[in-house]
Design a binder for this molecule. Structure first.
Ligand SMILES: Cc1cc2nc3c(=O)[nH]c(=O)nc-3n(C[C@H](O)[C@H](O)[C@H](O)COP(=O)(O)OP(=O)(O)OC[C@H]3O[C@@H](n4cnc5c(N)ncnc54)[C@H](O)[C@@H]3O)c2cc1C
Length: 490
């Protein structure tokens, strides 16, 4: 993690108080607009500022919804801060994918999906349908029509084939450009609290410190860095993960090796894509051991999908906790998609090329004399762990969604701990994560913490399994933006 060296004066010095600020168009907006907007402490009308870290699908979805809302509602100022580029994680130029992998979710689950907002009311008028129709101008279909002659017809005639990640990134960039929003090109390297607002320290393109910014709400997006396993060195040429595997020079080492023995740790969709990519290269006598098996296929039927799309309509928050975690295990985490399972089936590889081993990797050792020797200690049900020798290790056990906490100053972190009533300890991360997940409120922010900190990647357990992923981006933007507008309940 990199921290800003010098502290400069924050850009904005006007403090926003959610219940004291008045909508700039208050006269047009009527009485209801007084509920969340009022006078600033210096007597000047100001809008609250909402910052989003990351210009991926979530940040773009929020920018698009804000744009559509502003015809009918007072909306917050929006600051989308991105350290790399719009839709960077999907292009194949920054790891996570080679860009050629197919999008797992149907592209119609775009940044407006499910086009079923019901919350956009003001003074007895329900604008929700207008908002839903307005969001269609950011849809996947609109993109195909607007950017390519016969693009939409061709996609339909081909049987609505899923786009690859690079094509999906083109859609996301197009949608971003439609919003007319300005991108703040910077890395957020510190999150602090300053008189009731978040203060973000930024580093610009050449790693130069930029003036910090003060904002009234903060949304954190993205996956975080790859998870690591016990003993894994910070970097090693033969140890890869769900992000670095896709960098051509890293993958190439495996492709050029003789009879490589590869340990792939993980059982989810990233592990499935890595296995299929390696097997499709037909490397002679390569063996991939998937550690952590058995492999399960994901539940993707109508009833499962409905819960992702409309968690509220299925009373998700009332489900028993064990039931909610079991549902996510069945449909999302640690399972291969039907598509990935089918690709592996059709690749006709046998056990001499790809097999799964039971157990859990409890330690990793490397050999200073031989960088193609990685020793894994694997614990299964037997009394003694077994040590296995591999040429490559690929750790694909997910991503660190709590990483943002390392960017928080002690003051900001203490406020978060206080809100969830849990102390952070290096050994207690699982408990901390569970407490945080249980404290995610309807607006996807941490309950009891002001200013608001929205953590959609941790909202699956409390609010619905689709919020951390691409399954209901239209609902996600509703939930996050609603408290910053002058919308009323009726
Ligand atoms: C290649 C890939 C394929 C996937 N396929 C699917 C799928 O088919 N279906 C599905 O539901 N989910 C899929 N996922 C999971 C995905 O993470 C979630 O779906 C999530 O919704 C992605 O959107 P996002 O906006 O949160 O994050 P991202 O698209 O990851 O965007 C986050 C952005 O934040 C930026 N950023 C991070 N830290 C900072 C910082 N400190 N300062 C400034 N900027 C920062 C990053 O550069 C990045 O561009 C996939 C993920 C990846 C990476």
């Amino acid at each position: 993690m990199r921290w800003a060296a010098g502290r400069e004066r924050p850009i904005s010095a006007i403090y926003w108080h959610a219940d004291r600020i008045r909508c700039p168009n208050a006269r047009e907006s009527g009485k209801g607009s007084q509920r969340r907007w009022g006078q600033s402490c210096v007597g000047k009308s100001v809008r609250p500022t909402l910052a989003v870290i990351g210009a991926g699908p979530k940040g773009i979805g929020i920018a698009a919804k804000r744009r559509i809302l502003e015809a009918h509602f007072c909306v917050p100022d929006l600051l989308v801060i991105e350290q790399t580029a719009v839709a960077a994680a999907w292009t194949g130029g920054h790891g996570f994918t080679d860009g050629l992998q197919l999008l797992g979710t149907a592209p119609e689950k775009d940044i407006g999906f499910p086009y079923a907002s019901e919350c956009w009311k003001k003074n007895g008028d329900d604008h929700s349908t207008k908002i839903n129709v307005g969001m269609l101008s950011y849809s996947w279909q609109q993109f195909l029509i607007a950017t390519k002659a016969r693009g939409f017809a061709d996609w339909v005639d081909r049987g609505r084939v899923p786009p690859n990640h690079l094509e999906w990134s083109d859609y996301l960039k197009w949608a971003w450009n439609q919003t007319g929003a300005t991108l703040t090109e910077a890395e957020v390297c510190k999150i602090d609290l300053n008189k009731g607002r978040w203060e973000l320290s930024l580093k610009g393109k050449k790693r130069a410190a930029l003036p910090p910014v003060l904002v009234d709400g903060l949304v954190i997006t993205g996956t975080g860095p790859a998870k690591r396993i016990e003993g894994q060195p910070p970097s090693h040429p033969s140890i890869l993960d769900g992000r670095s595997f896709w960098q051509p020079q890293r993958m190439e080492r495996i492709l050029l090796a003789k009879k490589p023995r590869v340990a792939l740790v993980g059982k989810g969709e990233t592990a499935a894509a890595i296995a299929h990519t390696l097997l499709s290269k037909r490397i002679p006598d390569m063996l991939i051991n998937l550690i952590g098996g058995p492999v399960y296929s994901r539940g993707e039927g109508y009833y499962e999908n409905r819960v992702f799309t409309d968690p509220e309509g299925h009373a998700w928050s009332d489900w028993d906790q064990t039931e909610r975690r079991a549902f996510v295990g069945h449909t999302d985490q640690g399972v291969f998609s039907q598509h990935a399972s089918e690709l592996l089936r059709l690749s006709k590889v046998d056990d001499s090329q790809f097999r799964w081993l039971p157990g859990r990797v409890v330690n990793v050792e490397t050999d200073d004399q031989d960088d193609m020797r990685v020793l894994l200690t694997i614990k299964a049900t037997g009394p003694d762990p077994v040590i296995n020798n591999f040429n490559f290790l690929i750790v694909s056990t997910g991503f660190q969604s709590l990483r943002f906490r390392e960017f928080m100053t002690p003051l900001a972190a203490a406020a978060l701990d206080e809100a969830i009533q849990c102390q952070w300890t290096p050994d207690g991360q699982r408990k901390y994560r569970e407490e945080l997940e249980a404290h995610i409120d309807r607006d996807l922010s941490v309950r009891g913490l002001r200013p608001r900190l929205h953590l959609p990647m941790l909202a699956g357990f409390a609010q619905g399994p689709g919020f951390p992923n691409l399954s209901c981006l239209g609902r996600l933007s509703d939930r996050i933006l609603h408290p910053y507008t002058d919308a009323t309940d009726v």
